[in-house]
Ligand binder design. Structure first.
Ligand code: SF4
Length: 218
């Protein structure tokens, strides 16, 4: 089981000169507008200590969207999500799925770095959440993979441990969501990598065969 079909589709589209602007008219312009808004955003206290807002990286036509927690020190400095040690592990996870970072879309629930990498507070998540909602509307991913508990709980509007939610399919806005461990946690707890790999295999199958449907949808 692989993602050869996805690669072939992307290669074919490249050959045909089809790009995101044609497939989703106006999306790139809307994403640029969103980036400008985040750059100037003062909706919550986190703007005071950030170097810059960190919006996303990857393809606007991605079928798979990863959502993490918040930028860390390296991300704050470079303005790109997941570029530190955890980012390198996420790259390896994406490669293990037969994909490249450029083929997926990567973002966080919070766009500005919390001080000392503390967990985002509820009011900060609420203030920043509309940006994530717009990203989901614009990208329209087939599948979302949340990384870690804060991202999972914020997106799904739940309050559960990762033990309860990881590796199971959830649904939001009609999109299939699979929570797995945050790469930073996997660096601290390498013994959990085998469980994360089980989750990645579910993503590979869902990308190849189509995502599971929300209960009640025909
Ligand atoms: S974290 Fe989000 S809401 Fe808060 S300042 Fe940054 S972009 Fe604005």
């Amino acid at each position: 089981m692989g993602t050869g079909w996805l690669k072939k589709r992307l290669e074919l589209e490249k050959l045909m000169g089809v790009d995101a602007l044609f497939r989703k008219p106006g999306v790139s312009a809307e994403l640029r507008k969103l980036e400008d808004e985040v750059r100037n955003c003062t909706r919550c206290r986190l703007h005071e200590g950030r170097t810059q807002g960190v919006v996303a990286c990857g393809s606007p036509q991605a079928a798979l969207m990863f959502i993490g927690e918040a930028p860390g020190r390296d991300e704050d400095a470079q303005g790109i999500p997941f570029v530190g040690r955890a980012g390198k592990l996420l790259d390896q996870m994406i490669l293990a799925m037969g994909l490249q970072r450029e083929e997926v879309y990567i973002t966080n629930i919070i766009k500005s770095r919390p001080p000392n990498n503390r967990e985002p507070r509820t009011d900060e998540v609420e203030a920043c959440f509309p940006y994530l909602e717009r990203q989901i509307e614009l990208i329209q991913p087939q599948i979302i993979c949340t990384l870690g508990r804060p991202a999972t709980n914020a997106l799904l509007g739940i309050n559960r441990s990762m033990g309860e939610s990881r590796g199971k399919w959830h649904f939001t806005r009609g999109i299939a969501v699979l929570p797995t461990y945050h790469p930073a946690y996997l660096l601290r707890s390498p013994g959990q990598k085998s469980k994360a790999w089980q989750d990645l295999r579910k993503l590979i199958v869902a990308l190849a065969e189509g995502p599971p449907q929300a209960p009640g949808l025909f």
